[in-house]
Design a protein around this ligand. Structure first.
Ligand SMILES: [Zn+2]
Length: 432
């Protein structure tokens, strides 16, 4: 996500309008198809079809151009920053369509159950599923897949739209910034005191705090691609104390835990919800393999009642289904990281969410901020330009996973990026 430092908090998560996207290329109050044609003749348009003639796509005559999904992904990947990406209406996936697809067609989801072996960590199962999409890419590339799904032991379906997974990570990245802004100073005081006051006898927990404090200081001092160190941007950014995700249940209460997350769109709103069946595993006792009836990560579900979920609530039959929303993803990712930081004690070993590489994040951002779709205007019958919705972006992101090797787009485990020293937070939030 792009985060404009001069913007107030309420605008940080806003979708860009068609106009905002086009204004980057054309400084006019009203931008028409004619202006788009001018941009194309100036070489500033990247069409995501085989042919590079805008007229063919504008004609709406499907015989005049080829969509070619693999080529589309290549072209979006290859679009330069001064180029506007233009998609034909074949990539349309309206809110109504997406509702139907999710509610009535399992084929719009990658099913994970068949990749679950005994005690396979969730990230490995998701990896196997995504690798399957790629190895069988000719089969999958023309399907409109928007995420992955599985059935828990209760036989109820769980769904993770890829955009929930990505937006959850973004929310967590933003909460990290809010924490740096509002709580780090207090935390640092304690760390510094523990380090400098030699009369104190420190517990293991205190020693850990010193280590954490030193690591956070290094992180704040680390340079960003935008030119300054992270601290510089933390100082400028408008974030509230309420943007910090709160765990409202102490660690000891296993399986069901309450969280509070900020609303992305409403600065003052908060979501309070519980996550159920959290598989807290003992860090020490790994020999206990009596997996019969054991709650696993696949039995987890959340009870967040945000718009993301309400919107999808009138589905087939009476059976309940669980959709993971960005708030739930962010809370669980945060819980996992915190438990790891605390060292001893229980852990959430692996989660079925995706950690994207720079290539994937840049791709999604390009679709959000520098891409328009040529769609029919139902009123006038003419072609109009519009920004993509989240389902359309997610569907293209899944096509990218189908088209390209796994490693290009996904980091399987946080450990991997620790080893490679790549920090996805550098790209998940880009300052401008
Ligand atoms: Zn939610």
């Amino acid at each position: 996500m792009l985060l404009k430092l001069s913007n107030p908090r309420k605008e940080h998560f806003q979708h860009w309008t068609t106009r905002e996207i086009l204004l980057q290329y054309c400084d006019k109050s009203r931008i028409t198809i004619k202006d788009l044609e001018n941009l194309a003749s100036d070489g500033k348009v990247k069409l995501a079809t085989h042919e590079q003639e805008l007229e063919a796509v504008l004609s709406q005559d499907k015989k005049k151009y080829n969509v070619g999904n693999f080529e589309t992904i290549n072209r979006i990947n290859g679009a330069k920053s001064e180029e506007l990406v233009v998609l034909p209406s074949e990539y349309r996936f309206t809110a109504q369509d997406s509702r139907k697809a999710i509610a009535y067609k399992y084929s719009s989801l990658l099913p994970l159950n068949k990749f679950m072996g005994e005690n396979n960590p969730a990230s490995k199962v998701l990896e196997a599923g995504i690798r399957k999409l790629h190895s069988d890419r000719d089969n999958y590339v023309n399907r409109d897949i928007i995420g992955w799904s599985w059935f828990g032991q209760d036989k109820l379906l769980r769904v993770v739209p890829i955009m929930s997974s990505l937006k959850g990570l973004e929310l967590r990245a933003v909460q990290n910034l809010a924490w740096y802004k509002h709580e780090f100073t207090e935390f640092a005081k304690e760390g510094k005191m523990f380090r400098d006051d030699l009369t104190l006898s420190l517990s293991l927990e205190d020693e850990r705090k010193i280590k954490r404090w030193e690591r956070y200081v290094r992180h704040l001092e680390s340079p960003r691609r935008e030119g300054h160190n992270l601290q510089y941007y933390v100082n400028l950014i408008d974030l509230n104390h309420g943007d910090i995700i709160q765990q409202e249940t102490p660690f000891e209460r296993e399986r069901v835990m309450n969280f509070r997350t900020p609303s992305r769109s409403n600065t003052f709103a908060k979501y309070h919800f519980k996550m159920c069946n959290i598989p807290l595993e003992s860090n020490v006792d790994k020999t206990n393999n009596s997996s019969v009836g054991k709650i696993t990560v696949w039995d987890m579900y959340g009870k967040c009642y945000c718009l993301d979920k309400n919107y999808r609530s009138d589905r087939r039959g009476n059976a309940e289904e669980y959709y993971f929303c960005p708030h739930e993803v962010a809370s669980l990712m945060g819980l996992k990281a915190r438990l790891e930081e605390h060292g001893k004690g229980p852990r959430v070993n692996s989660l079925p969410f995706l950690i994207p590489t720079k290539s994937m994040i840049d791709f999604v951002d390009k679709l959000r901020y520098r891409t328009i779709m040529l769609d029919d205007d139902t009123e006038t019958g003419k072609v109009k330009m519009r920004a993509l919705n989240d389902t359309e972006i997610g569907m293209l992101a899944m096509k990218k996973l189908i088209a390209e090797p796994y490693e290009k787009n996904v980091i399987a485990e946080f450990d991997t990026f620790r080893k490679t020293k790549y920090d996805p937070l550098l790209d998940l939030v880009k300052f401008r």
